[in-house]
Every structure is written in C-alpha cells, then in structure tokens.
Design a protein around this ligand. Structure first.
Ligand SMILES: CSC[C@H]1O[C@@H](n2cnc3c(O)ncnc32)[C@H](O)[C@@H]1O
Ligand SMILES: [Zn+2]
Length: 441
C-alpha cells in the first residue's frame, strides 16, 4: 500500500476529474496526487493543497481522465496507411496487404512502424494498446523504450509469417518472450491466432493449452464479416464462434475482435463464457464488414471495448474519434438515441478496454492504488463551449487536438502536446522514406 505521509511526487489540479469508476461521476474542485507512479490521492482541492508535494500542476480548463485503451490494432501497419483503400476485407487482405507484408515486413519495418503508431496514439490520449502483428520481440522492445503500456500478441496462422517459418517457430519464440517479459510492469503477452479461417483446430488447441498454462489472453478476429460466417457454415455446418467454444477457447481471457455477426446462440456463448468483444467501428465501416450490435451486447452484460484496428483499414489510430463513431453508430444500429451515452462510451474506451486485456487491476480508471495512466483534455477551446457536461463534450465535441498531457505510470510522455521520448521529425522522415521505398518498388 502507498504511504499516506510521504510527500506526493506530483499533484494535478484540473477543472474536472472523471474517474470512470464509480460510473457517471464528475468531480469538480478536486485534485489527484501521484507517488511512485501510482494514484495515491483523489481529494477536494483545498484539502490536497495542504499536503506536501514535490510538484503542483494547475490545469485550468482541463478534464483529467484515465488514459484511453486501444484494445485492437496492428501497430506497424501505420506504414501501410492509405496503401489499399476502398476495398472489401478479403480483396484488401489477400490481394494487397498480405503481398505487401510478405515483401516489406521485417524487423526494421516493425520497429519504425510501431514507433510511429505509439507516437500517434500518445498524441491522441492513448496510454495502452493491444498489438497483433509480427516480430513481437521488436514491438515489445519499442513499447519498453517509449514508456507506454501494451498487450503484445504472438501471431499464429496456418502459413509462414514474417519472422516465423511456421507455428512451431512462432510459438517457441513467443514463449521465450513470455518468459522474458513475465514481470514487466507495462507489457502483457497474449496469444494472437489471426482468425477462424486462417487457424486450424490443432493449432487452436495448442493455443488453448498454452493460454491456460500461462493464464494469458487470446486475441482473435472473429465474425468480422457475414462472408466469414457463411463460408464456415458451408464448409463445416458450424459457426466460427461455436467452433471456438467447442475447442475450449472461450472464457474471460478471450478477446473477440469485430463480432459484426451475432445470433442468439453467439450472444449466449459470449455471456456464458464471460468473453470480451472488441468493437472496431471505423474499420468495419470502411471495409463494409458489418455492424457490431454494441447496445445489445452491453445490455446482455458482455464487456465491450473499442479498437481502431490497423492504420491500413481505418486509416488513423484515433481512439477518441473511434469512440465517437461507436457512440453514434450504436444509436443507429439499436434504433435508439439512448444507446451508448457519452459516459458509457468513455467507459468502453478506458475501463472496458483494460478489462478485455486483463490489465484493469492496474489501469482503466482513476482509483487509489492504480497506475497513474492519465490524460488531460483541454476543453477551453471555442469548439467546446459552453460546457454543460464535460464528458458529453469530450465524446461529442473534442478531437485529438484537445489532448494536452499524457502520463503513464506517472511519467509524462506528452507535455503540452509534445512527445517527451520520441522525436517527431525523425519519425516523419523515417515514415516518408518507407513510403517512398514501398511506392517506388
Ligand atoms: C497476426 S495477425 C496480423 C495479420 O492480420 C492482418 N489484418 C489486419 N487487419 C485485419 C482485419 O481487419 N481482419 C483480418 N486480418 C487483418 C494483418 O494484415 C496481418 O496479416
Ligand atoms: Zn485487425
């Protein structure tokens, strides 16, 4: 337990604090204190100002919230942003993205692409993200170095992938990484079988056994399109989610990404196994994949988180914008304007994401003892006036330009909109050089 007497390292004095848990609360005239990277105080301003603190930071006009959690993405695909637009999923994947990955994805690509993605995400208020890509050892090194928090997944597919000739090699290397990072304070390893249509039963069974042994998450694209479900029914007579349930993969650690197709039996399986759904509305819209019935899931008690997917299908890593899209789309899909209100939308983008990734003991809400993973949004701009409900303003009237400061584990990674550990000019130059190589080839 944090000491109650030692001086605070940092006392933040924003206009509003939105802890997310308890739900619906907005604190005014309050302060948040940090010691040793953890939240140790949330108290009325006057009371907090009486306490000793190494640094006090007035944040007038800002809303302090938990850092956003991007629960699904392919970080290094930031270097493929805009490479193949306006195509349906399977054409996009099979005719454009997989050939490009076979040609370009190596350690340097993953290092540079992941750095670019982390920079973009921090500038958008994201303090934790899930990464489902290749060379996880390279991605995790970048996460370690840049100070952000992440779930890194081990790729599992039926065919060779960049960085692994086969599943044996991918799992062997992945397990080494699990062991190396077992006690890392900010990196959590998980398994990333790509999708039901690219991973065989025997491979899925190996993933299940290993995930059980290691108490690790399983992160997978599932029911992304109606075509995926239809094809599985034609080939085997079984829906993909039902197959995963039969193979024993579903459980509280299972993270089903997309789920645009949900019948009553699918919903029962998700509820029964306490699995999470990760909703990626903009990728689903752009690839015309379908609509995830978020309100129906929420009302049934399913944990729904939100993700951007990769920058090649979105085309940005803007979780605040994604959450706004999710809130608007949920109303259209449910046929009800009360679906996914602003407070629940923020919860989906923070605590639900942390819960899906199994890191909610550490982050996702502003509660005593949790890591100080925070974002300060500036609501003083003209486009945010007047402020009746700061959470409504955040979800419906703010863009990434409102993100002022970001802390992870109490360390400032974005200060006044500037990255403290990454050089933007260098990132821009590297990204442009990759773009020139890729289009010039
Ligand atoms: C080890 S998984 C990485 C693999 O997934 C591909 N990918 C990116 N976005 C999607 C998507 O929306 N559906 C299915 N597959 C996707 C990515 O290009 C990598 O090959
Ligand atoms: Zn994806």
């Amino acid at each position: 337990m944090p000491s109650t007497t030692a001086p605070l390292d940092l006392l933040l004095l924003p206009e509003w604090i939105v802890p997310v848990e308890p739900a619906g609360v907005v604190l005014r005239e309050h302060a948040l204190g940090i010691r040793d990277g953890r939240i140790v105080l949330i108290a009325p301003r006057a009371q907090a100002l009486a306490l000793p603190a190494a640094e006090r930071r007035e944040l007038p006009g800002t809303l302090l919230a938990p850092g956003l959690v991007n629960a699904h993405g392919h970080a290094a695909m930031s270097l493929f942003r805009g490479l193949a637009d306006d195509l349906p999923l399977m054409t996009w994947l099979q005719e454009h993205i997989w050939p490009a990955e076979a040609k370009w994805v190596g350690e340097d690509f993953v290092r540079d692409g992941t750095e670019l993605a982390i920079a973009e995400q921090l500038k958008g208020g994201i303090t934790a993200f899930s990464d489902m890509y290749f060379f996880p050892e390279v991605a995790s090194e970048v996460v370690h170095r840049t100070g952000v928090r992440a779930q890194i997944t081990i790729p599992v597919l039926n065919f060779p992938v960049p960085g692994a000739h086969d599943t044996d090699e991918a799992l062997r290397r992945g397990l080494e990484l699990f062991a190396d990072l077992r006690h890392h304070p900010r990196i959590k390893m998980a398994f990333g079988p790509h999708a039901p249509y690219t991973v065989s039963d025997d491979r899925l069974e190996r993933v299940r056994v290993l995930a059980e042994q290691l108490d690790a998450g399983i992160h997978m694209h599932v029911h992304e399109t109606a075509f995926e479900v239809q094809q599985a029914l034609e080939q085997s007579g079984e829906r993909p989610l039902a197959r995963l349930a039969r193979l024993g993969l579903l459980g509280p650690r299972f993270q089903a990404v997309h789920m645009t197709q949900i019948d009553d039996a699918d919903l029962s399986l998700l509820v029964q196994h306490n699995a999470s759904v990760i909703h990626c509305p903009e990728s689903n819209l752009k690839l015309a994949s379908g609509f995830c019935p978020v309100e129906r899931l929420w009302q049934a008690g399913v944990n729904v988180a939100v993700g951007t997917d990769g920058a090649a299908s979105n085309n940005d890593l803007d979780l605040l914008g994604e959450t706004r899209t999710a809130a608007l789309l949920a109303k259209a899909v449910a046929g009800s304007a009360t679906a996914l209100d602003a407070h629940r939308a923020l919860r989906m983008a923070t605590l639900n994401g942390a819960r899906a990734l199994g890191i909610d003991e550490d982050c996702g809400s502003l509660q005593l003892g949790k890591s100080a993973d925070l974002v300060a949004f500036d609501l003083s701009g003209l486009a945010q006036q007047p402020v009746y409900d700061p959470v409504s303003q955040l979800i419906y009237a703010c863009g990434r330009d409102c993100v002022r400061h970001v802390w992870v584990g109490g360390k400032a990674l974005l200060e006044d909109g500037r990255l403290s550990r990454l050089d933007e000019d260098e990132l821009r130059a590297k990204a442009r050089a990759w773009g020139q190589r890729i289009v010039g080839a």
